[in-house]
Design a protein around this ligand. Structure first.
Ligand SMILES: *Cc1c(COP(=O)(O)O)cnc(C)c1O
Length: 384
C-alpha cells in the first residue's frame, strides 16, 4: 500500500454536513457560506466582512492582482520558490515578476532578500509561508509599509500558522488560503480571501460575483419591485464558493486543531527518528513565538542523490515530492537572468516526506527507515 505525501481526513461529520445541505435544497452561495466566512474570520481574529469564500486560492490570486491594479508598469517581488499560480497571476497582468532568493534551509525569503529585489517600480510583494512556517513575515510587512508597497500573502500553506498570536495572512493587505484536496483543511476545491481594507473588501466581493452589488433573493425582493434588475459596479468574474463546500469547510475548521496536533506529532517523530542520520538535514525548528501548520516536512540531501532517493522510496511505496519548483527557471516568466544561489541549492537538495494527519506511528517509522536505507545505499552517508 502506498504512503501518500498529502492526504485529507474526511469522514462522517463532513458527510452529515453535506447531507443537511442536500436537505435544505440550496447548494449555492447562501447561509452556510456566510457561516463559514464568519467562522474563518473568527479563526483569523478579523471582521467577517473582510473574508470571502471563493472557489480556489488561484482565483483569489488573480482577483487580487486586479484589486490592486497591477499592470505593465509594475514590478511584483516574489520568492522564486512560489507556486505556479502566483507567477501566472502576476504575469497575466503584464506586470514583471521579480524573483527574490530564499534562505537555503527555510525556503522562505528573509526581509533582506525581499529588500534587495525592490525597485522603484515595485508595487507589491507576494509571499508564501513555506511549509507553514510564517518566516520573516513581520519584518517583511514592516519593510513593505515603509516602502509603500502592497503585501500579498499566499497563505495556502499556513492555515493555522502565526507569530506571537497573530495569524499568517493578516500581516499584509490581501491574503488567500487554499482548501484544495491536498491541503490541511479541504473542501474539495475552495479558498478564502482576506482583504484588510473594508472598502477594498466590498469591491473584492463584487468582483468575485459578476461585479454585482450583492443583494439577491428575498432581501432584494423586499426593497425593489424589480428585483431581477442588474446593478453592475465592476466587470467581475464568478469565483464564489457554495454552501456544499462551505458546509465541509466548517467541519474541517472545527477539526483543524486536532489535524495540526497530529501533524506536529508526526513531524516530531521524524525529528527523533532521523536526528543522528548521516546525510540527512532536518527542517529548521520554528523560532520562538512562531506557530506552524506542519504542512510540509522537508529534508535536505546531497544533490547528487536526492532524485535517486526519491525514486528508491517510490519503489518502496512511499511517495515524496518537491515543492515548489523554482519559477526563475520557467522561461515563460522571463526571469532567466536572476542569480539565486540559495534557491538553486534548496531546489536540488530538498525532498518532502509524507506528512498528514492520517499517518500512524508505524508508517512514520517505515518512511524514516526506508529514507535512511536509501541515503546510505546511494552513498551520500558522509557528504551532505
Ligand atoms: C495549493 C496552493 C495554491 C493553489 O491553491 P488552489 O486552491 O488549488 O488554487 C496556491 N499557493 C500555494 C502556496 C499552494 O500551496
Amino acid at each position: 500500500m502506498m504512503i501518500n505525501v498529502f492526504q485529507p481526513s474526511l469522514g462522517a461529520e463532513e458527510l452529515s454536513a453535506v447531507s443537511e445541505v442536500f436537505e435544505s435544497n440550496w447548494l449555492g452561495h447562501g447561509p452556510r457560506t456566510k457561516e463559514f466566512e464568519a467562522q474563518f474570520a473568527a479563526h483569523l481574529d478579523v471582521a467577517p466582512e473582510n473574508t470571502i469564500f471563493i472557489s480556489s486560492a488561484t482565483a483569489g490570486l488573480f482577483l487580487t492582482t486586479e484589486l490592486l491594479g497591477l499592470g505593465p508598469d509594475d514590478d511584483v517581488v516574489l520568492p522564486a520558490v512560489s507556486f505556479v499560480a502566483a507567477g501566472n497571476a502576476v504575469a497575466a497582468t503584464g506586470a514583471r515578476p521579480v524573483f527574490c532568493d530564499v534562505d537555503t534551509h527555510t525556503l522562505n525569503p528573509t526581509a533582506a532578500h525581499v529588500e534587495r529585489a525592490l525597485t522603484p517600480r515595485t508595487k507589491a510583494v507576494l509571499l508564501l509561508h513555506y511549509g507553514g512556517h510564517p518566516g520573516d513575515i513581520a519584518a517583511i510587512a514592516n519593510l513593505c509599509r515603509t516602502r509603500d508597497v502592497r503585501l500579498i500573502e499566499d497563505a495556502a500553506c499556513a492555515v493555522a500558522s502565526g507569530v506571537d498570536g497573530k495569524k499568517a495572512g493578516t500581516f499584509g493587505d490581501v491574503a488567500m488560503w487554499s482548501f484544495d484536496s491536498m491541503k490541511v483543511l479541504v473542501t474539495g476545491d475552495g479558498g478564502m480571501l482576506y482583504v484588510r481594507d473594508a472598502e477594498l473588501a466590498r469591491r473584492a466581493r463584487r468582483l468575485a460575483y459578476h461585479g454585482l452589488e450583492q443583494s439577491s433573493g428575498f432581501a432584494a425582493a423586499k426593497v425593489s419591485h424589480r428585483w431581477w434588475e442588474l446593478n453592475v459596479q465592476d466587470f467581475g468574474r464568478r469565483i464564489i464558493g457554495n454552501d456544499l463546500t462551505a458546509a465541509i469547510g466548517s467541519v474541517q475548521l472545527r477539526r483543524l486543531p486536532e489535524f495540526v496536533e497530529r501533524r506536529r506529532a508526526v513531524a516530531e517523530q521524524y525529528d527523533r527518528l532521523l536526528a543522528d542520520a548521516d546525510g540527512i538535514r532536518l527542517p529548521p525548528a520554528l523560532p520562538a513565538g512562531h506557530t506552524g501548520t506542519y504542512y510540509f516536512y522537508w529534508v535536505q540531501l546531497d544533490a547528487a542523490v536526492r532524485d535517486q532517493v526519491a525514486a528508491d522510496l517510490l519503489e518502496k511505496g512511499i511517495y515524496t515530492t518537491f515543492r515548489y519548483p523554482p519559477l526563475h527557471k520557467v522561461p515563460a516568466y522571463r526571469g532567466g537572468g536572476a542569480v539565486l544561489p540559495n534557491t538553486d541549492t534548496a531546489s536540488s537538495t530538498t525532498l518532502l516526506l509524507p506528512l498528514h494527519q492520517g499517518l500512524d506511528d508505524a508508517e512514520v517509522r517505515t518512511v524514516a527507515d526506508e529514507l535512511r536505507k536509501a541515503v546510505e545505499h546511494r552513498g551520500a552517508g558522509t557528504r551532505a
